[in-house]
Design a protein around this ligand. Sequence first.
Ligand code: AHR
Length: 492
Amino acid sequence: MSTKAVLNADLSRGKIDKAIYGQFAEHLGRCIYEGLWVGEDSSIPNTNGIRNDVLGALKDLNIPVLRWPGGCFADEYHWKDGVGPKTERKRMVNTHWGGVVENNHFGTHEFMKLCEMLETEPYVNGNVGSGTVQEMADWVEYMTFDGESPMANWRKENGQEEPWKLKYFGVGNENWGCGGNMRPEYYADLYRRYQTYVRNYSGNEIYKIAGGPNIDDYNWTEVLMREAKEHMDGLSLHYYVHPGGFWNKGDAVRFDSDDWHVSMQKAYHIETLIDKHSTIMDKYDPEKSVDLIVDEWGAWYDVEPGTNPGFLFQQNTVRDAVIAGISLNIFNNHNDRIKMANIAQMVNVIQSMVLTEDDKMLLTPTYHVFRMYNVHQDAERVDLDIESDMLEEAGVEYPKVNGSASKQSDGTLNVSLTNADKDSETTIDLNIRGIETSDVTGEFITSGKMNDHNTFDQPDKVKPETLTNFEKTANGLNVTLPPMSVAVLSIK
Ligand code: AHR
């Protein structure tokens, strides 16, 4: 039986903010060091200390925004230790992530250079948990003040004459947990105080993001919106899929059918969270002037056997491609409130785009989904209604098919679809209204087995292929998606 879907190409639902395709890079494991930063003197080919292979791959994703330096690391990071001559930079212990020594060689200047090379918007996350108001105020002054001031002068001494443009600034991270174990009332007051000194200098306008709830902590959202909404542009939300729960997450590769089903159901669950947090936000902010910023999301499993438990290094299978496809469709479809999302994390940590080993690099299945979906960036969302069957397995229930659609400025319609059924293909009877379907092309990603992934020996085991399994009908298209797949169709 086919899945029925109606695509109303002329029913616009607002812009899909390109920042939904954002990334996150923390000082954690081998994300920054080794994964991105190897230093100018490395034998690994690099530009300004950033490895060329990773840079090239990431550039092809059109990354719109990059969040840094954490995560939990952000509330222990003292930015002044990470500027000036590298040999004089203070070393610190990264207590959250493996207890390793952080030499601070990658700091503000290196991050801003990386953003410049990626042509991406920087999103800097400040320290509320263990930092002072003065320290946060100084950082903003250092980065953005044009003219004569103690911090601007110091920046110039350190080699950066012009201030940087900085749009996004986060005031603390997970302040209900690693960012200070605060109660929402206390954090709301601290947020109001700290953000006061996050100033707009020299024509730079900062978009302020308040640390938001963990998963379904609706009381956190309620208190923050009630007490501080007029001082924020965005409120963050963090949600991870861990099939076995937080303490025993499950293996990234060696998983079974039940794990598949639970993972899919947990991927879909983010829609419930978005709906419920949005309902609370609507109560305090019916005009939707505060955005929901999902600045950490992804599938988080146990670390690869034999690797440092504090480094969060995991493989990435076709399951992760489907989880990414489902999540991005959900974000697109909630573009009225969600204006940014940042997958965790960009390199070598949790659900990464690329994995590295010495001088080798591979692209993950998740990378390919991001590349396929980037046609939605800043495109106009159009109405897509899917009547999906529900799959009931392993005590959970979830839709077989999900999707989203948007129209680019040249009129090209892009439809992204997922088939979460790992055993059966599905045919979608897509009724297309408001556009003639003259020229249709497509791409999809799947693999023979749900555990398939890319390795340094077989880097292209899971990769996109051209979609040919569709035919025009009187009303639109019939599209057949293979089991456990993600597809993007372009209709001109
Ligand atoms: O992404 C890994 C960690 O998950 C982040 O540092 C923290 O914010 C979250 O708990």
